[in-house]
Ligand binder design. Structure first.
Ligand code: GLN
Length: 387
C-alpha cells in the first residue's frame, strides 16, 4: 500500500466527527440495547403506501423523475399546503421534492450563503445546520435557547443581527427539545426581519406532530415570512418511512430558482417510484397526516406516565417524537458518558443533548425517541425504572 496521508490536506469540516445518530444507533446494535436514540419508528408505514411503491415499480415508473418532482405529487403538496396553512403555492415553480429534508437544508443554505455571510442558529441545533454554513464559507452565530423551556430570546436575536446576517435557521417543532413556537415568536421574528434581506430556512419536518391541541405555526401561514423562507418538510416523518429519504421544500420562485441550480447538481431528481407512491397515498388518504398528533400524543403520554416513578425528570414535549429527560438525580456524569453507560449497562440507547451546543450548558439532559411500539416503550421504561 502507498502512503495516502497527504491526499487530504485539510478537512473542510474539521470539527465534525460521525453524527451522534449513527454513533448511538451503532452502539445500540453492538450492545443489543433498545434504541431510543436516533429518531425513527420501529413500526412500518401504511400498507397502502408501501404496496404503491411496488405497483409503480411494476408499471414502468422506474426512470428519472422531473427535476423538481413528479407533477402529480407537486399538485397534491400544493393542495395540502392550501388546506393546512391557507397558503397558495405554485406547484411548478415553488415546490421541489428532495431526497430527505437534509438535502433541502443543504441546498437552501448553499443557494444563499456566500463566504463571510453570517447565519444565526439556535442551540441545541440539529447537527446538519452548522456544517452546511461552514461548507459555504459562512459564519455561524449560535444563540442558546432558554432553559428549561427552550424558548428563543428575541432581544438577543435582534442584538445579533447586523448587515452581514444573511440567514436565520429555524426549527419548530424543535428537535431535540420538543418545544414549539407560539404566536409571539412569529411576531418577534417578523419584526427582526422586517426591512432586511435576511432569508429564513424553516425546518418543519415535525409539522404534523404537535400536542395538547397546539397548532403548528408554519411560516407558510404568514405571507410576510413565507416570501423570504425556504420551508422544509419530510414524508419520512409523516408516513413512518425515514429510510426512504424523501421530503420537500417550498419557497418563492426567486429563492427556488437558486435552490434548483444547486439541487440539480447534487441529486438531479428524487427517487421516482416513491414520488408516485406518495402521490397515490396523499390523494387517497388526504387526512392521514391529521391523525399523527393524536397517535404520537398517546405515545408521549404513555412514555411519560411509565417514567413518572423513575428518577428521571421529564417535562412532556409539546411536539416532535422526542422527549427530553433530566438525569441529574441519578448521576453527575457528562451526558455523553451517561448515554454510553445507559446503552452498555442498562440496555437503552438515548442521545446526549450537549452535542447540539457550541457551548454546552451545565445540564444533565438526554433525548429519547418515543416513535416506538407501545411494547418497546414499556420494555425500555422497565429498564429505566431500575436506574
Ligand atoms: N432526525 C433524526 C434524529 O434527530 C436523525 C436523522 C439522521 O440520523 N440523520 O434522530
Amino acid at each position: 500500500m502507498w502512503k495516502s496521508n497527504s491526499l487530504i490536506q485539510a478537512s473542510k469540516l474539521p470539527a465534525s466527527g460521525t453524527t451522534i445518530f449513527t454513533v448511538m444507533s451503532k452502539m445500540a446494535r453492538d450492545h443489543g440495547a433498545i434504541n431510543l436514540s436516533q429518531g425513527y419508528p420501529d413500526f412500518d408505514g401504511p400498507d397502502a403506501l408501501i404496496e404503491a411503491v411496488g405497483w409503480h415499480m411494476n408499471h414502468g415508473h422506474n426512470q428519472y423523475a422531473p427535476l423538481a418532482g413528479v407533477p402529480e405529487l407537486l399538485e397534491l403538496i400544493a393542495t395540502k399546503i392550501l388546506d393546512l396553512y391557507g397558503c397558495s403555492v405554485e406547484p411548478t415553480s415553488e415546490i421541489v421534492v428532495t431526497p430527505g429534508a437534509t438535502e433541502a437544508i443543504f441546498c437552501a443554505v448553499t443557494a444563499c450563503v456566500h463566504p463571510g455571510d453570517e447565519v444565526i442558529v439556535f442551540d441545541p441545533a440539529y447537527d446538519t445546520y452548522e456544517p452546511c454554513v461552514t461548507l459555504n464559507g459562512g459564519i455561524t452565530h449560535h444563540i442558546p435557547l432558554s432553559y428549561p423551556d427552550f424558548r428563543i430570546d428575541w432581544t438577543r436575536v435582534q442584538d445579533t443581527v447586523n448587515p452581514r446576517t444573511r440567514m436565520i435557521m429555524l426549527n419548530t417543532p424543535h428537535n431535540p427539545t420538543g418545544s414549539i413556537w407560539r404566536e409571539e415568536d412569529i411576531t418577534a421574528l417578523s419584526s427582526v426581519v422586517e426591512g432586511t434581506d435576511i432569508i429564513l430556512v424553516s425546518d418543519e419536518v415535525y409539522e404534523h406532530i404537535t400536542f395538547d391541541g397546539s397548532e403548528h405555526l408554519s411560516l407558510l401561514r404568514y405571507p410576510n415570512l413565507a416570501n423570504r423562507a425556504y420551508c422544509i418538510s419530510s414524508f419520512g416523518k409523516t408516513y413512518h418511512v425515514t429510510g426512504w429519504r424523501i421530503g420537500y421544500c417550498i419557497a418563492p420562485p426567486k429563492l427556488m430558482t437558486e435552490f434548483l441550480r444547486i439541487h440539480q447538481f447534487i441529486n438531479f431528481a428524487t427517487n421516482g417510484p416513491l414520488q408516485y407512491a406518495i402521490a397515490d397515498f396523499l390523494r387517497d388518504h388526504p387526512r392521514y397526516h391529521l391523525g399523527l398528533n393524536e397517535f404520537y400524543e398517546q405515545k408521549r403520554n404513555l412514555f411519560c406516565d411509565l417514567l413518572e416513578p423513575s428518577s428521571l425528570r421529564l417535562s412532556p414535549s409539546a411536539g416532535t417524537f422526542f422527549q427530553l429527560a433530566d438525569y441529574s438525580l441519578i448521576s453527575d456524569e457528562p451526558d455523553t458518558e451517561f448515554t454510553s453507560r445507559l446503552t452498555r449497562e442498562h440496555g437503552v440507547a438515548a442521545i446526549p443533548v450537549s452535542v447540539f451546543y457550541q457551548d454546552p450548558p451545565d445540564q444533565r439532559v438526554i433525548r429519547f425517541c418515543f416513535a416506538k411500539q407501545d411494547d418497546t416503550l414499556r420494555e425500555a421504561a422497565g429498564r429505566l425504572l431500575k436506574l
